[in-house]
Write a protein that binds this ligand. Sequence first.
Ligand SMILES: [Zn+2]
Length: 307
Amino acid sequence: MRRFLVLTFFLLMFAGVVTVSAKTVQERRAERLLRLHAAASSQSSDTSSSTVAPLSSSSALRADPHPGMGAATSSVGVPAVDRKDIRFKIPILVYHHIRPYGGWAKSSWSTRLSVSPKNFDKQMQWIVDHDYTTINLDTYVKIRNGEIPGPVKPVVITFDDGNLNSFTEGLPVLEKHRLTATWYIIPQRFGARDFISKDQVKELAAKGMDIQSHTLNHLLLTRLPQNELDWELREGKRVLEELVGKPVLHLAYPATTHNAFVRQRTVAAGYATATLMDPRIASEKDDLIILPRIMMEDGTRLEKWLP
Ligand SMILES: [Zn+2]
């Protein structure tokens, strides 16, 4: 009996060590992603990085009780559709910068998050040539819930971070091809160099583009205490709703970071979907509050992702 107790004790200790180290690795990865992401976002501007809010406040260093980045389907969010007849497979693409190659290291995030205007044009041409129809996320949810049939070949195009070049270089290409996209905006960056302004957000909305939330400050959400987390989710949403005069129901997690608590607060804040970077196409089995998106790079071949 004593031997058994000793063995159990060591097993529990071992499990604890594994959990703690997994958490640390995960947190470190998320932090690195957020920093690299922020660095890449401010690459074309010396001043813009100063406008990005700090990684987190000291209170945000609270231990993470629900490590869940990349976790399987959670129980929060809109329940999965229980209809065998639905064949739901709509790709969601994510772009960050539409800008020419700036001489960065090939494997750097600055390179990976950038698509040249020329190749963006080619990718959009491919979408048109292959009869895809761009839809917004409200339509995505309706199709997924079986409320409307949707087009034969739907696709969602999204832009993260509200980089100015997505407006100056990306928008004209979309207009040329008569396509629409969703912009995930960070309101706290209004007025900063190299980011989309309030007036430009209004212009996007007036042109039929979809304006959605990338939180107020683009902080690492898993590190925030509940009051700060709720503020990021709700205030980011409210500011955009006031600006465009429409409900903002869709979120992109900053740096793809989330956990069960963040997902639960996201639903509580009134979001219908939340997206991350995860290179696959969601099916009807995926939770709407962790929808995967395919990160588009300069050399991404759409035929690999869009059948
Ligand atoms: Zn971002």
